[in-house]
Design a protein around this ligand. Structure first.
Ligand code: BV8
Ligand code: ZN
Length: 260
């Protein structure tokens, strides 16, 4: 149950957050499934983290793929198909506008999402920690391909080596892509403001970036429907939908600060 949004509290929080964003020299943003909820994509823990009655943590693993590749591919075919009917929402668009306003050298968008909606909204400097549903990777020769808008065979194989293809996604128990992780950790270590949007902050190492930002003294702003482990004393917590809050925040950042 989400607390009814207290507008006076939200308004005050938005003013504080806008002041922090205006003053930010280097902003890092971490997004999770909540930023795509208003585009119609289910979040992980919103649906109780279940898919066909199984925990996502049990389906999105190398072991599940070895044991039953057809079941794991069914999970990804369904999510790839869902992408055909979703569009970026005003939250994605506001983040792309914020990047343009601050300049890509002062702005890094780190996402746990695999839906590609940040790039579709025009964000350029995007670090996809967990891969992307549009890409597949060969388990034989390692060849990676963009296969965005097609219905793949139930069990797709590589044209080059006939090896089994897998989604180019980081599963549980798998390490994140080294270069992407390094870039995300560096952007976090260098930031003076860290904006966390729509994540339950329970999946590591991504969630660890929030602690890392705090450790370097960055101001932390959180946009979420409810409190999460990221909601610590000192966090500017903005309670509500990211598709509504982010455009309001951008508007305030673009206005000169109210006098006094
Ligand atoms: C690693 C790809 C090890 C899949 C994902 C015990 C056993 C095994 C592993 C572990 C363990 N304990 C810890 C671990 C590590 C594990 C982990 O953290 N597990 C968690 C569950 C405890 N992590 C890993 O396994 C990582 N790898 O550790 O490697 C290793 C180390 C060294 C050497 C070798 C190996 C890999 C993690 C990556 C897993 N892959 N995705 C797929 O997508 O199909 S993670 C998956 O969860 C998604 O990427 C998702 O993005 C991510 C996090 O979820 P959220 O994005 O936060 O989404 P969620 O639904 O949870 O929350 C949504 C939030 O939005 C909510 O707070 C909600 O209130 C809010 N919201 C909703 N609507 C809105 C909103 N907010 C604003 N507006 C709205 N409208
Ligand atoms: Zn191959």
């Amino acid at each position: 149950m989400h607390h009814p949004v207290d507008t006076a509290e939200l308004d005050a929080g938005l003013e504080r957050a806008a002041g922090l964003l205006r003053a930010a020299e280097r902003l890092a943003v971490l997004t999770g499934a909540g930023v795509s909820a208003e585009s119609g994509l289910a979040t992980f823990r919103g649906a109780g983290g279940l898919w066909e009655g199984q925990r996502v943590e049990d389906v999105a693993t190398p072991r599940a793929f070895r044991r039953d590749p057809a079941l794991v591919w069914r999970f990804y075919h369904a999510r790839r198909a869902a992408l055909a009917s979703v569009r970026p929402n005003p939250g994605h668009l506001a983040l792309a506008e914020l990047e343009r306003r601050l300049g890509p050298e002062h702005f890094t968008l780190i996402t746990q999402n695999v839906d590609g909606l940040h790039r579709a909204a025009g964000s350029e400097h995007v670090l996809e920690l967990h891969g992307n549903l549009r890409r597949v990777r060969c388990t034989g020769c390692g060849h990676v391909e963009e296969r965005p808008d097609e219905d793949l065979p139930d069990l797709p194989h590589c044209d080059d080596c006939r090896g089994m293809l897998r989604p180019d996604i980081v599963w549980f128990h798998e390490v994140l892509p080294e270069d992407v992780w390094e870039a995300a950790a560096l952007a976090t270590a260098q930031c003076d403001c860290f904006l966390v949007v729509g994540t339950s902050a329970v999946v590591y190492p991504a969630a660890g970036l929030i602690d890392a930002a705090r450790a370097v003294g960055a101001a932390v702003i959180e946009i979420n429907l409810e409190a999460t482990p990221a909601t610590l004393p000192g966090t500017v917590a903005l309670r509500g939908k990211s598709g509504e809050i982010l455009p309001r925040l951008l508007e305030l950042v673009e206005q000169p600060p109210s006098p006094g």
